[in-house]
Write a protein that binds this ligand. Structure first.
Ligand code: EPZ
Length: 434
């Protein structure tokens, strides 16, 4: 099983280039199901979840080319014939975002069988809101043997109001609505940039969408969609992770190929802790820190609030901040898996329900730690970059799901990090869900 060996103490200096957003690429790949024509996506990140999505689409009968390096991180998907519109459990259990094929499959094929995703390390991850919306649009949905089966002659436009803001719920139903009969009005939608990215692709395919990126989205259904080419947004969570890496190591780091407009809450919070953050243009942010950090509270919110996907990374920084930082997690019920591992490295953190109280500055010391989920892993990497000594991080396959070549990128700006151990066995992979 792959491990990282990280020796702390080096300030990160230089320029790191951000990859495309995994959480944009996943719905955009699913959107290819909506047309018989070819869909080409560029700036696709070379991460494990994208490979999983490729396998899922191929298992349903799609042709998927996925190339990196010279191929400019590009995938070309043709769902000309979907011979088997089933998202099988073996694949879905390794990536719950597989539920994103539900809406497009019903819209395109009139039938979908999708394994229930099940929970993951950070929470139960239900998809009841996806199901309610599809039923409101006329789908008949049954659940048996761990699978959802959905059928609809043709979905009908409806007035959907999300009881709770859901990112992939908004994306799933947006993809269902673009081929539905008539108009769909969706309220209390997620406003994440990934929703806007998906809507941009769907519009390029011929969909009629207004309001993506706001809480209210209006869709006029069309008879069919055609192929398109689309460039995936930069990954705002990878960018935020590297901003914190520059801050926590007391470095001077240029984060390039990012979109500063998607990082407002993260940049404001870092500046509140005393970190210098300068926006140097439309795709570059500079972060500088001199080691002195002030405590500051965070409370995770849907976009444009402070992202839950940055909570674990911020907590690593808070362990070094002077004073008491309250970290409140409002989105997921179990997203403090990194706390105990940070405590083992010397952090002073007490969890009280959905709030972690972090007292600093702590002196972090290197340790052998275990990664549990994608963003908890990032938190441990950040802590190890400043811990005294050499840390061993186990189960880094969690990292590989959403960070492209992270050890190479970190080494490129001065971190002492290397990967060791054999490729983990497929059995280990089956434990991965999320
Ligand atoms: C997306 O997950 C992201 N994943 C997550 O990123 C991210 O943490 C999350 O949005 C919140 O921003 C992808 O985009 C692939 P939600 P999603 O539906 O859509 C509850 C990462 O690290 N809920 O917005 O699954 C749910 O339990 C991953 O890259 C229901 O109750 O999250 C949660 O408490 C982790 N019923 C809250 O809503 C539903 O039907 C928000 O979940 C759907 C969601």
């Amino acid at each position: 099983m792959d491990k990282f060996v990280i020796r702390g103490g080096n300030p990160l200096l230089g320029t790191v280039r951000i990859s495309g957003a995994k959480n944009s690429a996943l719905p955009c790949m699913a959107a290819a199901i909506l047309t018989e024509d070819e869909v080409t996506l560029e700036n696709v990140p070379q991460v494990r979840d994208i490979e999983t999505e490729r396998r899922l689409l191929v298992s349903m009968g799609a042709e998927v080319e996925l190339g990196y390096g010279r191929a400019q991180h590009r995938t070309t998907i043709s769902c000309h014939s979907l011979s088997d519109p089933v998202a099988k459990y073996e694949i879905v259990k390794t990536m719950r975002a597989s539920s994103l094929v539900l809406g497009p499959l019903i819209a395109r094929a009139g039938i979908a069988r999708v394994a229930m995703p099940g929970g993951c390390a950070i929470g139960g991850r239900p998809i009841d809101l996806h199901i309610k919306g599809l039923e409101k649009m006329g789908a008949t949905i049954t659940q048996e043997h761990g699978y959802l089966e959905a059928r609809a002659e043709r979905l009908k436009g409806a007035h959907l109001v999300f009881e709770r803001i859901t990112v992939t719920g908004t994306e799933d139903l947006l993809m269902a609505a673009v081929l539905a009969e008539g108009e769909t009005l969706m309220e209390n939608c997620a406003r994440e940039p990934e929703v806007q990215d998906l809507a941009a692709l769907l519009t390029a395919m011929g969909a009629k969408i207004k309001g993506a990126g706001t809480s209210t989205i209006r869709v006029q259904g069309v008879q069919r969609l055609h192929g398109a080419r689309h460039r995936i947004n930069p990954d705002r969570i990878e960018a935020g992770t590297f901003l914190i890496a520059g801050a926590i190591t007391g470095g001077d780091l240029m984060v390039a190929n990012c979109n500063p407009a998607h990082l407002g809450a993260v940049i404001a919070k870092l500046q509140e802790t005393g970190v210098r953050v300068d926006i140097l243009g439309p795709d570059t942010v500079r972060v500088r820190a001199d080691g002195r950090l002030r405590a500051a509270d965070i409370s995770t919110e849907e976009y444009p609030g402070f992202p839950t996907d940055m909570q674990a990374q911020y907590m690593a920084l808070a362990t070094l901040s002077e004073g008491v930082s309250a970290v409140k997690e409002n989105i997921f019920e179990n997203r403090f898996m990194h706390v105990q591992e940070l405590v083992r490295m010397g952090a002073n953190i007490k969890v009280d329900g959905s709030t972690a109280i972090v007292r600093g500055p702590a002196r972090l010391s290197a340790a052998a730690v275990m990664c549990s989920d994608l963003r908890a892993s990032a938190s441990l990497v950040l802590a190890a970059l400043v811990a005294d000594g050499e840390s061993i991080l186990d189960r880094v396959y969690h990292m590989d799901r959403g960070y492209e070549r992270i050890e190479e990128k970190l080494r490129g700006v001065g971190a002492q990090i290397r990967r060791m151990g054999n490729i983990f066995t497929p059995k280990e992979e089956e434990l991965v869900a999320g």
